[in-house]
Every structure is written in structure tokens, then in C-alpha cells.
Design a binder for this molecule. Sequence first.
Ligand code: PHE
Length: 327
Amino acid sequence: SAEEKISAAVDERELQDAKVFYLGKKGKLTAILKNMKDVPADQRPVIGTAANTVRAAVESFIGEKQAQLKAKRLESQIKNETVDITLPARHHKAGHVHPLDKALRKIMESFVRMGYSVEEGPEIESDYYNFECLNLPKDHPARDMQDSFYITNEILLRTHTSPVQARTLRRHEPNSPIRMIAPGKVFRWDNDATHSPVFHQVEGLVVDKGISFADLKGTLEIFLKDLFGSDTKIRFRASYFPFTEPSAEVDISFASRTHDEGGDPDWLEILGCGMVHPQVLSLNGYDPQQVSGFAFGMGIERIAMLLYGIDDLRNFYENDVRFLEQF
Ligand code: PHE
């Protein structure tokens, strides 16, 4: 009966039940072995030997069945876990570099090749760094050039990356040479098709002994031709910024662009720049008698629009995949 019951077990649980039924503490065979003391002494050897033979047989049935069930379980496991390598692969969409970041990377590469370091400053800035130590005292009319988001009387969202000029000057040993760019977000109270309240700039600052306007012109010419191609035309126009003197705005034009009827190429304003105002040097621990410098600031959105032919600023901020996946 044990042989029948064991071979009928369809899984390891049923086999375990059968094992308990015969060999467990209250099992049938166990009971016989326990009662050996009640068997008359002359019959004990015969019955004892028979009981032990049966026990050995039952154990071997169980062992065999166990091996069988285990093999069966393994087989079905292997079958179920098979990977069908002929199935088409799942397609994972890779992300794209945002066009603003792509433009920024190009700008950074160009300056890093020229030996510039990359600096950063806080987006939440003090009035002091954003204006005052850039030669813009409290009553300065040019503060109106930039519509600011103030948080308290003294704290605002920076309106340009120029405060990083002041912070970098102060981090350096006075009069030691500096060659840095500083990219980042800036904020102005403006919102229409061509202005976003948050946009991006890259600041540049070079200070050393004997830096001249010629160095500024040469550097920006190399940079702009690197960025937009060697046929790019560049024009400096006199301008005004409180932190540079003299100041200029730079326009670019492409040979391939259309000319107006007078034959003048179309000029596009691309950045502001100038020689660092002596007052800015001295306000930030440098001696304008010993060193001079130039600075520049450009909007990354404008550059990305020109590089990639984007005509609406809002494309940058809407995160529409149909736009983003083109880059
Ligand atoms: N900070 C100026 C702006 O945001 C740009 C600039 C930077 C001009 C450095 C001159 C020198 O308009």
C-alpha cells in the first residue's frame, strides 16, 4: 500500500503526506516498530527483520519518487523560463540634449580650448553683487535697464551673470590673472514672444597685466567664427554698460544672408562687452593701475536660435518632444 500511495503522489507535498502517513511519529510503520515490546520474544526477530525491511523499502520508494518529482519540477521550470530570442526587442527611446544645452556646450568648448575656466554663481543674488559692486549704486539710472524680481529689499533673482565677475575677482588673490566664463540662468520681469522671464547667459571675464581692447576684439572674433563659421562678419558698435568703459555691442552677419537694397548685410546683435571699468576692479579688490581686463555677456537663447534656425523662443521651455527630438 505504501508503494502505491507513494507512486501516486503528483507533487512534493503529496509525497511528504505519504511519508508522514507511514514513517511519521504517528505513522503506520512507526506504530509497529514501537509495539515490538508487546510481541512474544520468540517472534521478535522475524517480525523485527520484516518491519526493518519494509521500512528500508518505503524509504527507498520515497527517495526515488523525490528524485523524480524534483527532475519534473526542474524540467517545467526550464521550459517556463525560456527566453524567446526571436521576439522583437523592446525599443527604448533615448533622450536628447536640449538645444540650449547643446549651444552652451559649443560655447564652453570654444572658450575652454582658449584656456578659460568655467565658474558659477548663485541665481538668488544680493543687490550688492548684482548691482553695487558692478558700479551701479542704488540711485544709478541704469538700474532701470533691467527689470528685477526682488525677494526682499536686498535680495533678488540675478538679472544677469555679471555678479559672477565680482565673485570671481574676490575669490582670487588681488591682481592675479583671470580667464573665465560663467554660464547660468538669469531673470527679468519680461514675458512675450521674444522675452522669457527666465533665460540664460554666458559671462566672460579676462584680467591680467596689459589687457587691451584689441585682445577683446581678437578673442570675440575667434569665438564667433568658431561658433558660427569662418565666413561670419563681425561688427563692434559703441554702447553703454555701467561696468565696462568703453562698452560695445557686437553684431554678426553671415555671408550667405540676404542683403537689403543698399547692399548692407543684415546685422544681428549677439552680445555686450567692454573693458572692465576701473571702478569694478577696485570695488572687488583689484588695482586698476596694475591690471586691466575685458568682459562680455551673451544670451544663450539667441545663439541657439541662430545656430539651429529656431524662430520662437517659447519652443525652448515647452518641452514638446516633437521639437526636442530634432536635436
Ligand atoms: N550684463 C550685461 C547684460 O546683461 C551684458 C554685459 C556683460 C555687458 C559684460 C558688458 C560686459 O546686458
